[in-house]
Write a protein of this length. Structure first.
Length: 365
């Protein structure tokens, strides 16, 4: 980084005093240019697997639908034909190499509801709950994939789409541990439990995003320290909206490759690799974040929504530290955008380094 550019960045940081670094501190210089991770195709499967040979296993599948009311272990090929609910106190274990094929745009439980158009993403079609499978975990879900035999959750359609099945939801009291899985063609993955770890997995081809925290007004009332899921060593890509959205809590997001888009064309305005609402006390470090090409509404890697801007949200935003360190950020004219509050924003690579690379919502500070 040349001296003139460093000076310009320092001037911007000083102008944003109280929003960025604490008084008297200067940002550390960026790390050396890292090697960029490869892009994965939207239909990549490891070990020579193809979609055709996955679907060829459908005739041998065991059908599952409805409530799971006692402990179960899944292996082989499973065909989920309707909403599945893992009840409180029940553990569902999915063994290495299991293929879970989910009915596309069909639900034999005929439950759920139709949601209205999202005003923030008006190009998204409404959610049709009666025609989409929802996989709802209230108890425990243990997924035990390996590098040689990952667990695969996918649509049963020959030509799948990014909302073939509706939702994968981890409720507040659930316990979830997912290792070496591929999860795709689900509209949204929702995490509302502190006891969730997703590691070494591929999450992709979703209309919406991975969403951490409650959705709706209750998000602001959720204690920020209680929601502590972990996303680590994952490849998350080809999703609509922001690839990961943190609505509340104190998650740890580390050592992931997160790319906003590959070829998605059906989503609304918001777009980027990572977005935060307040309150959040997230720790985000050692990630590669690629926001893709900017869009007219908002093109930054780091973003904010406006649903949760009640005053008590700002109070909660100031009671804990937000950490954003050792990340590589690219694909955006504004790398990071945020509110006032205690921040640790150091040792990040911004590719290319724009000026300014940081923006503060001063009206909220």
């Amino acid at each position: 980084m040349n001296k003139a550019l460093l000076a310009a960045i320092l001037i911007v940081m000083l102008l944003l005093a109280g929003c960025a670094q604490p008084p008297g501190e200067t940002p550390a210089p960026a790390l050396p240019m890292p090697e960029l991770p490869p892009r994965l195709a939207w239909d990549f499967y490891p070990n020579g697997l193809t979609r055709d040979n996955l679907l060829a296993r459908l005739p041998d599948a065991v059908q599952k639908t409805g409530h799971i009311m006692s402990d179960e272990t899944w292996s082989g090929t499973i065909h989920v034909t309707g909403d599945v609910q893992v009840d409180p106190g029940v553990t569902l274990t999915i063994e290495a190499g299991t293929l879970v094929l989910v009915a596309a745009r069909s639900d034999d439980q005929h439950s759920g509801h139709r949601s209205s158009i999202d005003q923030f993403n008006p190009k998204d079609p409404p959610f049709e709950g009666e025609q989409r499978v929802e996989f709802w975990v209230q108890g425990s879900l243990i997924v035990r994939g390996t590098a040689e035999e990952p667990v695969i959750f996918t649509s049963d359609a020959m030509t799948p789409q990014n909302d073939d099945w509706g939702k994968l939801l981890f409720d507040h009291g659930s316990r979830v541990e997912i290792t070496r899985a591929i999860i795709e063609f689900v509209r949204v993955i929702g995490i509302a439990s502190p006891d969730v770890v997703i590691r070494q997995s591929i999450l992709r081809n979703m209309m919406e995003a991975v969403v951490i925290g409650s959705i709706g007004p209750e998000a602001n009332r959720q204690a920020v320290f209680e929601l502590t899921p972990v996303l680590t060593q994952n490849y998350i890509y080809n999703t609509g909206r922001h690839a990961v959205t943190v609505r509340s809590g104190a998650p740890t997001i580390s050592h992931n490759v997160i790319r906003a888009r590959l070829d998605m064309n059906t989503t609304g305005w918001e777009q980027g690799a990572l977005a935060l609402d307040f309150p959040t006390c997230a720790t985000i470090h050692h990630n590669y974040l690629d926001g893709g090409q900017p869009r007219p509404y908002r093109g930054e890697i780091f973003g904010e929504y406006y649903e949760f801007t009640e005053p008590h949200g700002f109070v909660m935003a100031g009671i804990c530290n937000f950490t954003f360190e050792y990340n590589t950020v690219m694909g955006s004219p504004v790398a990071v955008i945020g509110h006032a509050g205690p921040w640790s924003l150091e040792h990040n690579n911004i590719i290319p380094v724009p000026s300014p690379w940081y923006s503060c919502r001063g009206e909220h500070g």
